[in-house]
Design a protein around this ligand. Sequence first.
Ligand code: XMP
Length: 518
Amino acid sequence: MASGLNNQFCAIIDFGSQYSQLIARRVRENRVYCEILPCTTTASQLRDLGAQGVILSGGPCGVYDDDAPTFDADILDMDVPVLGICYGMQVACQAAGGQVTASKEREYGDTTIFLNETDNPIFHGCDDRMQVWMSHGDRVNEISSDIVPIAHTENTPLAAVYDAAHRFWGLQFHPEVTHTQDEGKILNNFLYRICRFSGDWEIQDYVSRAVAEIREKVGTDRVVCALSGGVDSSVVAMLIHKAIGDQLTCFFIDNGLLREGEAEQVCEVFGNQFGLDFRFIDATDRFLERLAGVTDPEAKRKAIGHQFIDEFREAASQFKDARFLAQGTLYPDVIESVSPFEGPSATIKSHHNVGGLPEDIDFELIEPLRFLFKDEARVIGKEVGLPDEIVQRQPFPGPGLGIRIVGEVTRDRLQILRAADAIVQEELLGWSRFRDIWQGFAVLLPVRSVGVQGDQRTYDCTAALRIVESTDGMTANWMLPPQEILARISNRICNEVQGINRVVLDISSKPPSTIEWE
Ligand code: XMP
């Protein structure tokens, strides 16, 4: 727990809320280091970790459910400020002798709260009536005499409570979501006015501490890293290289399914520019052989995944002296892979985030990004000198262009898609909203249609443009670039790419459509 490398530490006790990760994000945006811990964490563990503030998250259960998660009520006696949000408020009030019931008038979604007193520090600077976001059927309806109500809604007398003796604040609503219109003041007040955090957590500090930790852990041993050229593995490679230099060996498996110039760029940056011990493995022929005749999307993914494992095993077997494998696991991968009862610090599957590595690998893992969010990993990438083209790269799926060619993947079709996709990339760069694009790419469809080029009739394939915005890839909205940009993309593809005579625009959001076509 808490290898997050910081002295000032806020603990988030997780009762399984869909918003726990969002609370962590908001706390870090306030430049306070925090981690999400399981609800089984004890007061004494929090003391050992030096927690200066504790947030009890929401959760999907009711406090009287058979499997309702509980917590160590001694946390309330620690003389450290505690903020209970929704379920977190309910379990804490219950532990203090209060009562929780299912509310007759359920409040979900937008609600107006009215402050009973405006001078409580948690509401410093807030309006005395505010739109907030509620998302639970239960509510606290009786409190012990120590606790006082500090806000109410039309139907909920105890929308927020305060217990001065225990330095406890409870909110029935969710201050971490943007629907709560407090401009972030409530969490900010809790962290700064109440917990007295200094807010000096700098992601840059992470680098020097991480480098020291890696040096200590690795000693004189060797680390191998399967570089994909994506943000996560690139940042990991650079960070470890900074720590142990040539004790790190990177290998890059070119599956032949990469975008135009991508393999060359990775070789240039890591091999030449930064001088890493870098091995390039051209596995194109073997991947294409395995993909021959495969058209079903799932079968394609499996073929690519299995070939990757074969290649990985073969490459790794050449590094007999290697003890560690570096991985670009990020904090959301860690959080999503465990239950609140085990906590995010419990073991995660060794293949997580590496596009399906074998489970029986003999390496110990090094995961220097496992406490960071993606944008924080990007800051570190910049800090260690990676070029923008890598740090700001759009996500690219492990199976690569293989799942952007509908139908069989052949060398010819790869070449056609690569050329079309390169045009999309180039032209999107000129759009003022380029930075808002989550992913923008071309898909090659097996649909052939009639066209006319010069005096010639053509009968060629179709390219679809897929341009979406998203915050995490879980949901996405399609984007509409200006007509001039779309026109240039379409003209250039039809004129410059032999094999495509028609361009269409994908205007579907996720859900119901996925971002990738296969
Ligand atoms: P979908 O297509 O499911 O994709 O909406 C959501 C996000 O995940 C990426 N994606 C993958 N990433 N291996 C990966 O590393 C994969 O097999 C894979 N499939 C989809 C996709 O590009 C999008 O960002």
